[in-house]
Ligand binder design. Structure first.
Ligand code: OAD
Length: 244
């Protein structure tokens, strides 16, 4: 068991509307690299060369190589106890929304149902021009880049820097933020907007705000409860308390 404030313990028992925002930290224990920090992807690669529309227009092959590399890496990972704990929470709370910035699909693989993928999903592709969705493998060996039947370039179905988030997903996320009584920010550096604005928006709407992270973030001074440590250890403890 972990030591949590009385108000948090009370809400774990009484709340019906709960929302969780996750970031790369929740998948770190599954072996998916995070973005920031010494070992993060952005310490080794430059986002503007790999994760922007300009980068794709300039060098689509390089961008595809990077995404296929990450896709391959993610194909061999599986959900960890943090992901599984959120599945338990979804079963327990009447109105539960899981908002994720992760593109790895691990929440759905664990069994979460109501998942809002703010930044898309790395296993999916779409046409740059008409938006048609494509699943399936991309073969760069042929020397040809994949094209849609409309002639547009096919790209990974993820959100790049400078792009708008999918409108329906974003609306549903802010709806959940507006009605939640208890909001968890888990494994995110809380730096990338609009996701980063969700925890404080929830708090402004009266929600109790909990952060689960290895380290303090810019959000930490504003939370009602900071639980410092690995999400794979802390979330299962919260589930135990929720069920006790
Ligand atoms: P970051 O890499 O910025 O932050 C990961 C956070 O997880 C950090 O605050 C770590 O302290 C924390 N952390 C690491 N391991 C943890 C663990 N086992 N348990 C709990 N916390 C842990 O990742 P995000 O905040 O998700 O966007 O990054 C947000 C967005 O920036 C990403 O979605 C991506 C990136 O650029 C796009 O690609 C559009």
């Amino acid at each position: 068991m972990i030591d949590i404030p009385t108000e948090f313990a009370r809400l774990l028992k009484s709340a019906t509307r709960v929302a969780v925002l996750t970031g790369a930290g929740i998948s770190a224990e599954s072996g998916v690299p995070t973005f920031r920090g010494e070992e993060g992807l952005w310490s080794k690669f430059r986002p503007e060369e790999l994760a922007t529309v300009d980068a794709f227009m300039r060098n689509p092959k390089l961008v595809w190589e990077w995404y296929l590399h990450r896709r391959e890496l993610m194909s061999s990972v599986s959900p960890n106890p943090g992901h599984h704990a959120l599945v338990e929470m979804e079963k327990h709370f009447k109105d539960f929304t899981l908002i994720t910035q992760n593109v790895d699909g691990l929440h759905r693989m664990a069994g979460s149902k109501n998942v809002l993928e703010l930044h898309g999903n790395i296993s999916m592709n779409k046409c740059f021009d008409c938006g048609k969705s494509y699943s399936g493998e991309i073969d760069l060996e042929s020397g040809h880049l994949p094209l849609c039947e409309c002639g547009g370039k096919i790209r990974p179905d993820v959100v790049w820097f400078g792009e708008l988030l999918p409108a329906r997903v974003l609306n549903d996320a802010f709806d959940a933020v507006a009605r939640t009584e208890l909001f968890f920010s888990v494994g995110t550096s809380a730096l990338v907007h609009p996701a980063a604005s969700m925890p404080l928006a929830a708090k402004r709407n009266g929600a109790y705000l909990v952060e689960v992270n290895l380290d303090p973030t810019p959000l930490t001074p504003y939370v009602d409860c900071m639980l410092r440590g690995k999400s794979g250890g802390i979330l299962p403890r919260i589930v135990e308390m929720m069920k006790a």
